[in-house]
Write a protein that binds this ligand. Structure first.
Ligand code: UGA
Length: 503
């Protein structure tokens, strides 16, 4: 089928390459000529395991092209809308300007068709009611039908999530009278649906709500465990013990229950805010009032890390602090609303000399924080530090050898902002370790409390455990190179510093 993808940011670029992988003839369009040239040359504009190969395969097979011109996509059978909907500069709501501009530009070139319809398929995350408004505009053109098909891909797993999603959702104007457009999108996704992926058809508003509700639920789950983490700090309990035991209840599940410095990125934070704004616009603001608290808990965790730094160092002015991680999560170079970078900025504002290291995200980080000092090599970054903060749980940082790292720093002090280090091993290697939601010091041996913070000798620490057999890997596990099963290599130990890594 002839397909266009309008907007080739993260979502759109991966979707375009994914559709070419399914065998379609795809043109990706973007107003950003630089990005288009980059993609045409087979260069991925972001770090995403497995994407480069998929992109190049599509280009080499002649199934994938990129353009800035709407005329080049006018004849496609299906047009996907993959435009970003960031938070508005003047409030919580979603900024739909690029989406509306793209729909206007598309409408201007769409030919009237009889016979099989021209399908426009929205994938962007939008407030409920957006699709119906766009349909009224687009469906004035003979033969054009709009379908809303939200995207659930995660960064770091984007290719696998596109080709093997958990479910596909079709939002239509009237589920009883949408056979032609449903059949057409089924043809596009045939290899996915044939593989057994469930497909759900519903009204536009339900489809729009599924997406924002999913992200709101995930954010709520993370903030829930982070609220419990605050309770753990007040009582001396270990949040990884609580989380592990909670997650074993199938009704709760262990995923998105990892406590730490909280959620960031280009989706969860802005989506919960847009959801709050949308509920208020609809006159039901009270319904989502709890999401303000979800947001507040999340922000508090960032502030808490800075407080911990003060507790360990005293006044921060002039102190040398190294931050491990800049991306909002591992296996990504995305620094949008990154907790790690916000903490780094707060420490800098307090007068600390901060050095940030990350395997992939330093270029983006420098563009985000003025004057940020970055060092690529982990050992180099650790050298001379008076305090180390682990804020993005890249495998190379989880696997750091505490004895080797202790030789490099000026003073062996570390804050584990993702609760991924084994406190016992690190303390045994001479480190003063503080962790969000975990006891500050080992409880005296032989007491009952001694089991709270310390994993039993025969148990590995919770965060290092493989996910339950029936679940795909958690976000911090090595990403699937293609599909959810195969492991990629990017998350491995720091090749430049093999001595730093245990095992
Ligand atoms: C999120 C959703 O997971 C996707 O389903 C959705 O399609 C996407 O937003 C989107 O709307 O486009 P993503 O932003 O890639 O995906 O990242 P997540 O894996 O959801 O992680 C978000 C943040 O939560 C990260 O900062 C991560 O470190 C944090 N997190 C995640 C935790 O703090 N604890 C956890 O247990 C899990």
């Amino acid at each position: 089928m002839k397909i266009s993808v309008i907007g080739v940011g993260y979502l759109g670029a991966v979707h375009a390459a994914g559709m070419a992988e399914l065998g379609h003839d795809v043109v990706g369009l973007d107003v950003d000529a630089r990005r288009v040239r980059q993609l045409e040359a087979g260069r991925a504009p972001f770090h995403e395991p497995g994407f480069d190969e998929t992109l190049r395969r599509g280009l080499d097979l002649g199934r994938l092209r990129f353009t800035t011109e709407y005329e080049d996509i006018a004849g496609a059978d299906v047009h996907f809308l993959g435009l970003g909907t960031p938070q508005r500069a003047d409030g919580f709501g979603a900024d739909l300007a690029s989406l509306h501009a793209a729909v206007d530009a598309l409408a201007a070139v769409l030919p009237a068709r009889d016979g099989s319809p021209t399908l426009v398929v929205g994938k962007s995350t939008v407030p409920a009611g957006t699709a119906r408004g766009l349909a009224e505009r687009l469906e004035r053109i003979e033969g054009v039908r709009l379908l809303w098909n939200p995207e659930f891909l995660r960064e770091g797993f984007a290719v696998g999530d596109t080709l093997e999603p958990d479910r596909v959702v079709y939002g239509v104007r009237d589920p009883e009278a949408a056979d032609a457009e449903i059949r057409m999108l089924d043809t596009v996704y045939a290899p996915i649906l044939d593989g057994g992926t469930p497909r759900l058809v519903m009204g536009y508003e339900a489809a729009e709500l599924v997406k924002v509700s999913a992200n709101a639920f995930l954010a709520t789950k993370i903030s829930f465990i982070n609220a419990i983490s605050e309770l753990c700090e007040a009582t001396g309990a270990d949040v990884t013990d609580v989380s592990r035991a909670l997650g074993m209840d199938d009704r709760i599940g262990s995923r998105f229950l990892r406590a730490g410095v909280g959620f960031g990125g280009g989706c969860l934070p802005k989506d919960i805010r847009a959801f709050i704004a949308s509920a208020e616009d609809l006159g039901v603001g009270q319904s989502l009032g709890f999401l303000r608290e979800v947001d507040a808990i999340n922000q508090r965790r960032r502030v808490r890390v800075v407080e911990l730094a003060r507790e360990m160092l005293g006044p921060l002015r002039g102190r040398r602090i190294t931050v491990l991680g800049a991306a909002f999560k591992p296996d990504s170079d995305d620094v949008r609303d990154s907790p790690a970078l916000e903490v780094a900025s707060r420490l800098m504002a307090a007068g600390a000399h901060v050095t940030v290291t990350d395997p992939e995200a330093l270029k983006n980080a420098r563009g985000h924080v003025e004057g940020l000092v970055t060092v690529e090599d982990t050992a180099e970054a650790l050298r001379g530090a008076e305090l180390v903060l682990l804020l993005t749980e890249w495998r190379r940082y989880r696997d750091l050898d505490p004895s080797v790292a202790a030789e490099l720093v000026a003073a062996p002090r570390i804050i584990d902002g993702r609760a991924v280090l084994d406190p016992r091993t690190w303390r045994a290697a001479g480190w003063e370790l503080r962790a969000l939601g975990r006891p500050d010091a080992p409880a005296p041996a032989g007491t009952q409390a001694g089991t709270a913070g310390q994993p039993a000798a025969h148990e590995p620490p919770a965060a290092h455990e493989p996910p339950a057999a029936h679940e795909p890997p958690a976000a911090h596990e090595p990403p699937a190179a293609h599909g959810r099963a195969a492991a990629a290599s990017t998350a491995g130990p720091d090749p430049a510093a093999p001595l730093l890594s245990r095992g």
